[in-house]
Design a protein around this ligand. Structure first.
Ligand code: THU
Length: 140
């Protein structure tokens, strides 16, 4: 299950400053799953979100499209350590929505974005999170 892959990814988070551990899992049409976590920096503003890290990882593997679904899990370090997910689902930030759109647009898909909370899932198509998106087609 994609949510489990995102939970697993969150365990690799490097988030000593926020204590907010985020994992993302990207599902592709060929069944492959690409996982990543957030990577923070002592210069706070340079921190990378889990979703952005996952997009970069997938594109470095040569993927250009085929994005079917994205799961995101966040957990606050030290808080309910067994919960493995925040009480409310976390959806990608604006920058990450744009990065996900780039990868999705290359293959013409509209991936389902799944925010995984402790006991519930929020499922929204990427096109609803980023309507009228700017993308590769605008530069073609
Ligand atoms: N973060 C993510 O990795 N993904 C999101 O969707 C929201 C925020 C990270 C960035 C930073 O490391 C920490 O969560 C707190 O903002």
């Amino acid at each position: 299950m994609l949510a489990s892959a995102a939970r697993e990814a969150a365990r690799s988070a490097y988030a000593p400053y926020s204590g907010f551990h985020v994992g993302a899992a990207l599902l592709f049409a060929d069944g492959a799953v690409v996982q990543a976590a957030n990577v923070e920096n002592a210069s706070y503003g340079l921190s990378l979100c889990a979703e952005a890290s996952a997009v970069a990882r997938a594109m470095n593997e040569g993927r250009r499209g085929g994005l079917v679904a994205v799961a995101v899990v966040a957990e606050i370090a030290g808080e309910k350590p067994d919960a493995a997910a925040s009480a409310e689902p976390v959806m990608p930030c604006g920058r990450c929505r744009q990065m996900l759109h780039e990868l999705a647009a290359l293959g013409g898909t509209d991936p389902e974005v799944i925010g995984v909370a402790n006991g519930s899932l929020l499922r929204v198509p990427l096109s609803a999170l980023l309507p009228h998106a700017f993308g590769p087609a605008n530069l073609a």
